[in-house]
Design a protein around this ligand. Structure first.
Ligand code: CP3
Length: 362
C-alpha cells in the first residue's frame, strides 16, 4: 500500500454550506464512508440513448445544442434520475466540451465524437487560454444550477469533467483509438509539450469543476476513461500528477470520485489522486479491489453493464452476490463498471436500482 501524507476523507467534516438534507443524504454519507440505511445507487451515463425520454429530447436538439441548453440539460438529468429512482443525478454535459473550448474543433456527426487532432507542439502552444475557455463553458454551471433547482432536497447533483490524460489522448488521437500510439509516441518523445498540454487541461478542468461546485454540485467525478491503456509506471509519471492537481482544486467538503476504465492495475494510484471514492470497473472482484485501497476510502461499482441485458433472475442473483461480497462495509455506492449500454431495457435498469435498495435495507 502506498504511503500518502494527505489527510484522509477530504470531504469529511466541512459542510461547505451544503443544506443538512443534502449533507446527510445517503449518497454523500456513503462517499464519506459513513453507514447508511440502504446502499445508494446510480448509473454512469444514466441519461442516455437507452431512455425514450432522452431520445425524444434529441429529436428537438442536436447533442451539442442540448449540452449548451441548461434547461434541456436539466430536463435530461432530472427525468432520468426520477425514472430510475437513483440516489444522485449527474449534470448532463460531455467531457469533450473542454477541448472544444480550448480550440479543438469537435463534432458528433458520425459514429462517436470526432476532433481535429493536435498535430504537434506548436498546435498545443496555440490553444486558447484555459481560464477563458472555462469561462466560455458557463452553460455547464447553469445546467448544474437548473438541475439542483429541480431536485428533491436529499438528492445531490454530481458535477464532472474528464481527467487531463483522457482529454489529452482524445485531442491527440482525434477520437476513439485502439492502441493510443499517437498519444504514447507524443508523450515519450515530447515530454515538455505533453506537460504543457496537461497543465492547460488541468487548469481548464479545475476552473470548470469549481464553477460546477459554486453552482450547487455536491460531489464531482473525474472520468479517466482511457487511463487503462497506460502501464502503472507511465500512469504515475504522465497522468496522475495532473489528476491530483484537479482533485486538489475541488473545495474541501465536496466529495470526489475518480473513475478509470481497464484500471485494475492502477487502483492504488487512483487512490493517490486524493479522491474520496474510487470507481471500480467490471474487471476485478469488488472486495479484493477495495482491500487494496487505504482504509476509509469508499468504492463505486462494479457490475458489468452487460448484466443489465441478462434475464432478470440471473441479474438478481449476480447482484446479490456482488452486494454480499461487500456487506457490512460502509462506503459502497452501487453502480455499473462502465456506462449503461444503449440496448438496456430502462425498466430492467429501474428494477435493478430497486433491488439494490431492497436487498441492502438495514
Ligand atoms: O447521464 C449521464 O452520464 C450523461 C452525461 C454524460 C455524457 N457523457 C453524455 C453523452 C457523461 C458523464 C459523459 C461522459 C463521457 N463522454 C465520457 C466518460 C465516460 C466513459 O464512457 O468513459 C466519455 C469518454 C465521453 C465522450 C463521448 N461522448 C463519447 C465517446 C460519446 C459517443 C459514444 C456514445 O455513448 O454515444 C459521447 C456522446 C454522448 N455523451 C452521448 C451522451 C448522452 C450520446 C450522444 C447522442 O447520440 O445523443
Amino acid at each position: 500500500m502506498s504511503s500518502d501524507p494527505r489527510p484522509r476523507l477530504r470531504s469529511a467534516g466541512n459542510r461547505q454550506g451544503l443544506p443538512p438534507a443534502l449533507w446527510g443524504s445517503r449518497f454523500l454519507r456513503a462517499c464519506r464512508g459513513e453507514p447508511v440505511e440502504a446502499t445508494p445507487v446510480w448509473l454512469m451515463r444514466q441519461a442516455g440513448r437507452y431512455l425514450p425520454s432522452y431520445r425524444a429530447l434529441r429529436t428537438r436538439h442536436s447533442f451539442l445544442a442540448l449540452c449548451r441548453n441548461p434547461q434541456a440539460c436539466a430536463e435530461a438529468a432530472l427525468t432520468a434520475r426520477a425514472f430510475l429512482e437513483v440516489d444522485a443525478s449527474i449534470v448532463f454535459s460531455d467531457i469533450l466540451l473542454v477541448l472544444e473550448a480550448l480550440g479543438v474543433p469537435l463534432s458528433f456527426a458520425g459514429d462517436g465524437p470526432q476532433l481535429r487532432p493536435l498535430a504537434d507542439a506548436a498546435a498545443i502552444a496555440g490553444l486558447r487560454d484555459p481560464l477563458q475557455a472555462a469561462a466560455d463553458l458557463g452553460f455547464v454551471a447553469e445546467a448544474v444550477r437548473a438541475t439542483v433547482a429541480g431536485s428533491p432536497p436529499d438528492i445531490p447533483c454530481i458535477g464532472f469533467a474528464g481527467a487531463p490524460f483522457t482529454l489529452a489522448a482524445y485531442a491527440l488521437e482525434g477520437g476513439a483509438s485502439r492502441g493510443f500510439l499517437r498519444t504514447k509516441r507524443f508523450l515519450y518523445a515530447e515530454p515538455v509539450a505533453w506537460q504543457q498540454l496537461c497543465e492547460r487541461l488541468s487548469a481548464c478542468v479545475s476552473a470548470l469543476i469549481c464553477a460546477q461546485v459554486a453552482a450547487g454540485a455536491a460531489c464531482v467525478q473525474f472520468f479517466d476513461s482511457w487511463a487503462g491503456t497506460l502501464s502503472r509506471a507511465d500512469y504515475a509519471e504522465y497522468a496522475l500528477p495532473y489528476l491530483q492537481r484537479c482533485v486538489q482544486a475541488v473545495p474541501p467538503g465536496i466529495a470526489v470520485i475518480v473513475f478509470a476504465t481497464g484500471s485494475t492495475h492502477l487502483l492504488e494510484l487512483l487512490a493517490e489522486s486524493g479522491a474520496d471514492v474510487v470507481g471500480v470497473d467490471s474487471g476485478p472482484d469488488l472486495l479484493s479491489a477495495w482491500q487494496r485501497l487505504p482504509p476509509g476510502l469508499a468504492v463505486q461499482g462494479n457490475l458489468d453493464p452487460a448484466w443489465l441485458l441478462a434475464p432478470w433472475n440471473l441479474l438478481r442473483a449476480r447482484t446479490r452476490e456482488l452486494l454480499d461480497r461487500v456487506r457490512g462495509r460502509a462506503g459502497h455506492i452501487a453502480n455499473l463498471g462502465h456506462g449503461v449500454l444503449k440496448d438496456t431495457d430502462p425498466w430492467q435498469a429501474r428494477a435493478w436500482v430497486r433491488y439494490v435498495h431492497e436487498a441492502t435495507r438495514r
